[in-house]
Design a protein around this ligand. Structure first.
Ligand SMILES: NC(=O)c1ccc[n+]([C@@H]2O[C@H](COP(=O)([O-])OP(=O)(O)OC[C@H]3O[C@@H](n4cnc5c(N)ncnc54)[C@H](O)[C@@H]3O)[C@@H](O)[C@H]2O)c1
Length: 366
């Protein structure tokens, strides 16, 4: 794969809620320059350009026009999930570098097409999964690499949406497509946000052999949306190791955040120690972002950055460094497919009411 020279021209497709966090590093990093924005609502794209201080970007109303622009080297795809496949295939066919938001698509068949297309392209293809770049997660990986907890034996992940006086506004349009399974691929918490949690499980523990899920259903008090909670997804990993994702909606739980009103907590138990990650989208008061128990003592790591946007900044910075110096995107298309399998297995298990084996590189069920 070639190494890019000069600032990489970035075209963003889909300038909705999450685009603000993608723009931060592109605006700051001399390796890149945002040259075009595209949205079916061009006024929204123009408003974002103004908010980001860009007065010289092209504004397009459809992806074909953006892809036809030679100054666009890299396409950042931030669309509703059912549009990911077509947009990414077109971008690869146009010879562009691709960064595709998670989940890469909504079925394994679609994922296979994207993997084949990425393999056939000589330009890099990334599935954008920022959670693995969240500074507390990076610190936990370093601690594990230093043998702080011995062999990781279990991971326990909690997604806990609540309420927040400081959260950003999520437009009704961003909620609407997530409420339609044919557009989102699954529920907002297990399939959509769940991608981050399955990525963490994969990051720390590898691929599961078996997934077993119960997926609940709750309407929020403001009747704005139905949440796929309370839910629990259990994983069995090779080597007698386990994990789970538990999702609970706590309507009166106040959460400190500048983004989504959700707290995330992770506990990784090893053969001789335990690591806790307190926070993600938001935090509960002043909990230490990372804590380690080992040999009778708890060590708190309070020097770790906790702003959620940092995970986007570091993910984008890593990709730009890969493009300028060589290396491998995180996630690759193949890795994106592996993480997607967790979610699809969970949906299948909940539907069938039984554990679902996850065959290596294969489908979700026997
Ligand atoms: N990594 C994270 O933490 C995170 C957080 C939120 C969203 N996301 C992902 O980002 C993506 C977008 O989510 P969002 O919350 O910003 O959604 P959103 O609804 O706010 O934004 C989507 C944008 O796409 C535009 N759009 C729709 N169809 C289009 C088309 N055919 N061509 C061009 N533009 C079109 C819409 O007008 C809208 O502005 C999804 O894949 C989602 O899973 C990731």
């Amino acid at each position: 794969m070639g190494v890019e020279s000069g600032p990489i021209g970035v075209g963003i497709v889909g300038t909705g809620r999450i685009s603000d966090l993608h723009a931060i590093e592109y605006l700051a990093n001399p390796l890149a320059r945002i040259v075009a924005l595209c949205d079916v609502d061009p006024a929204r794209a123009a408003a974002r350009a103004a908010a980001w201080g860009l007065d010289d970007v092209a504004i397009e109303g459809d992806i074909d026009a953006l892809l036809a622009r030679p100054e666009v080297d890299l396409v950042e795809i931030l669309l509703p999930h059912h549009l990911h496949l077509d947009a990414a295939l077109k971008a690869v066919a146009a010879g562009k570098i691709v960064s595709l938001q998670k989940p890469m698509c909504i079925s394994l068949e679609e994922a296979d097409r994207l993997v084949a297309s990425a393999d056939a392209s000589d330009r890099p293809f990334k599935v954008f999964e920022n959670f693995v770049f969240y500074p507390p997660v990076i610190r936990a990986r370093e601690l594990i690499a230093e043998d702080a907890i011995g062999t990781p034996l279990s991971i326990r992940i909690k997604s806990n949406p609540g309420r927040s006086a400081t959260a950003w506004d999520v437009p009704a349009s961003a909620i609407a497509w997530r409420q339609r399974p044919e557009h989102s691929g699954g529920g907002p918490l297990v399939f959509d946000d769940g991608h981050h949690k399955f990525a963490l499980a994969w990051h720390f523990m590898g691929e599961p052999e078996e997934v077993h899920a119960f997926i609940g259903d709750t309407e929020t008090a403001d009747h704005r949306e139905r949440l796929d909670a309370p839910s629990i997804v259990s994983f069995r990993f090779p080597g007698n190791r386990i994990g789970n994702l538990e999702i609970v909606h706590s309507p009166e739980l106040e959460i400190a955040t500048r983004h989504y009103a959700q707290d995330d907590r992770v506990e990784i138990t090893g053969s001789k120690g335990v690591i806790w990650l307190n926070g993600g989208h938001g935090r509960l008061a002043d909990a230490p972002p990372v804590a380690l128990y080992r040999d009778g003592a708890i060590t708190e790591f309070r020097d770790v950055e906790t702003g959620w946007e940092q995970s986007f900044v570091l993910s984008t910075r890593h990709f730009l460094e890969v493009l300028s110096q060589g290396g491998r995107p995180v996630l690759t298309a193949r890795e994106g497919r592996r993480v997607l399998r967790f979610a699809l297995a969970a949906l299948e298990s909940a539907r069938a009411g039984r554990p679902v084996p996850v065959a290596a590189e294969g489908g979700t069920s026997a």
